[in-house]
Design a protein around this ligand. Structure first.
Ligand code: ADP
Ligand code: ZN
Length: 222
């Protein structure tokens, strides 16, 4: 990665909109989204050793071990397309991951540019996450909040193949929220201590959050 390339972290509980906003930042700023959740789901789907180990842990709403996550992330960060800068979505999630990230970056003369905390109400997250599904093209939908204009057909690509994540049910979301508060929320103070924390209200409309995030990113990374 180029040593002046921005390294942005999106922090927030499941359902806060990290993935949605990361994809928009890719479009708006030419950065690359690195979602450890997506990487782990790909590993599960392709049946790698890491994927076999991660599967049950993810279905229970717990965190996959730092070893597995770090190996997958390091591998991804060694690919050439990350040169323009990255948006980390769902990583780091533990103290150990945050320390490892700092080490990885400092070896390259870099540090975290900004950690942006998406501030939301927990109870709303259960409803948001437990109705969501995705088109094969990546477009996201929701049983209550965002159905396609024509039932069963993606607005964006016209496709008819949708999927739901195995962990997007109310019970597992509650476990994921617990894991977030116990293990990940402390990172907000960690990045505050480093002077790189920004907080934004993420309960509003997707477009408004996109604008607010864009202003922050422009301030630190443009
Ligand atoms: P969400 O933020 O909505 O929970 P993710 O796709 O980021 O969704 O993560 C889904 C699951 O993948 C997590 O519940 C966890 O089991 C695993 N996971 C993803 N990223 C990490 C990480 N950095 N460390 C440990 N486990 C992770
Ligand atoms: Zn689609």
């Amino acid at each position: 990665m180029a040593s002046n390339a921005p390294v942005l972290i999106l922090l927030g509980p499941p359902g806060a909109g990290k993935g949605t906003q990361a994809r928009m930042l890719e479009e708006d700023f030419g950065l690359v989204q690195l979602s450890t959740g997506d990487m782990l789901r790909a590993a599960v789907a392709s049946g790698t050793e890491a994927g076999r180990k991660a599967k049950a842990v993810m279905e229970a709403g717990q965190l996959v071990s730092d070893d597995i996550v770090l190996a997958i992330l390091k591998d991804r960060m060694s690919q050439p397309d990350v040169a323009k800068g990255i948006i980390l979505d769902g990583f780091p999630r533990t103290d150990g991951q945050a320390a490892a990230l700092d080490g990885l970056l400092s070896a390259n003369g870099q540090k975290v540019t900004a950690a942006i905390s998406l501030e939301v109400d927990d109870e709303a997250m259960v409803g948001r996450v437990s109705g969501r599904y995705t088109c094969a093209c990546g477009e996201g939908y929701h049983d209550q909040f965002k159905q396609p204009a024509k039932a069963g057909t993606c607005d964006k690509c016209g496709g008819t193949s949708f999927k739901r994540r195995a962990d997007d049910n109310a019970e597992t979301v509650r476990e994921r929220l617990k894991a977030y508060h116990a293990q990940t929320a402390p990172l907000i103070a960690y990045y505050e201590g480093k002077g790189v924390l920004q907080k934004i209200d993420a309960m509003g409309a997707i477009a408004d959050i996109r604008t607010a995030l864009g202003q922050i990113v422009q301030g630190v990374a443009a």
